[in-house]
Design a protein around this ligand. Structure first.
Ligand SMILES: [Fe+2]
Ligand SMILES: [Fe+2]
Length: 243
């Protein structure tokens, strides 16, 4: 598990986040497909259901989120926040495109609708910026564990493209969790909120494991290790919120 609390990002203001996201935007991942292996059917069945779902989940037009971000920026007198979230959404769409390119290389079709993703989007829109960011950070924490596992699978399959994509995702998502925690720190954050976030994490962990536990397990996590990892990051996020 990565220690988020010792990174330089924990002290960032929104203007520093804006600078960070702009810098990162200048050096996007170039994926090298020249050394890719031929994957057999069972290898494809192992990795592509979850990659397909995360490819969809990473993509967003961000209209609702930006609407809420605008209100937040005004209410908390944080003029950079809206721009930060525009760059953030752009970064997430790059994630989606990395996975899309990987799928395209292996001739896997993209999917427009994933049930779990649809439910997530509904909950996100239910309670303004609080639900947007709480649900988002839950998904990003799970993504951090998932990409750790998928990166391990990428090594096993000798797929340098998959390893490189997962490495980039880990770099980016780790920062996102700190950014969202900073935002949640502006909002109400008492015991009830912490309980809500744990409830969200518990249920999402179960749902993601039910759907994609096989690839996560292949990547080195038992169910309890996966759950512990997710809850470990949640504890770190709750700690950041209280700072
Ligand atoms: Fe992402
Ligand atoms: Fe993210």
């Amino acid at each position: 598990m990565y220690n988020l609390l010792t990174t330089k990002y924990v002290k960032y203001s929104y203007s520093e986040w804006l600078n960070e996201l702009k810098q990162n935007d200048k050096c996007r991942l170039k994926i090298d497909f020249s050394e890719e292996p031929v994957l057999n059917l069972s290898e494809r069945k192992l990795i592509f259901p979850s990659i397909t779902a995360f490819q969809r989940g990473e993509h967003s037009d961000g209209i609702h989120l930006l609407h809420e971000a605008e209100k937040f920026a005004e209410r908390y007198q944080e003029p950079d926040y809206l721009e930060v979230m525009k760059y953030f959404i752009r970064e997430e769409n790059f994630h989606s495109s990395y996975l899309a390119r990987y799928m395209h290389f292996y001739r896997e079709p993209l999917k427009k609708e994933i049930e779990l993703d649809r439910i997530f989007r509904e909950i996100r829109k239910s309670m303004g910026i609080f639900s947007e960011i709480s649900v988002l950070v839950t998904a990003e924490i799970i993504a951090l564990t998932y990409y750790t596992a998928l990166g391990n699978v990428g090594e096993k399959l000798n797929s340098p493209a998959l390893s490189a994509i997962c490495q980039q995702m880990l770099h980016d998502e780790l920062r996102h969790i700190i950014l969202q925690s900073y935002t949640l720190g502006h909002l109400r954050h008492d015991k009830k909120v912490a309980l809500f976030r744990k409830f969200l994490m518990e249920n999402t962990t179960i749902a993601v494991w039910a759907a994609y536990g096989n690839v996560i397990q292949e990547g080195g996590f038992s169910y309890f290790a996966f759950r512990d990892e997710n809850f470990g990051y949640l504890e770190q996020s709750l700690h950041l919120v209280q700072k």
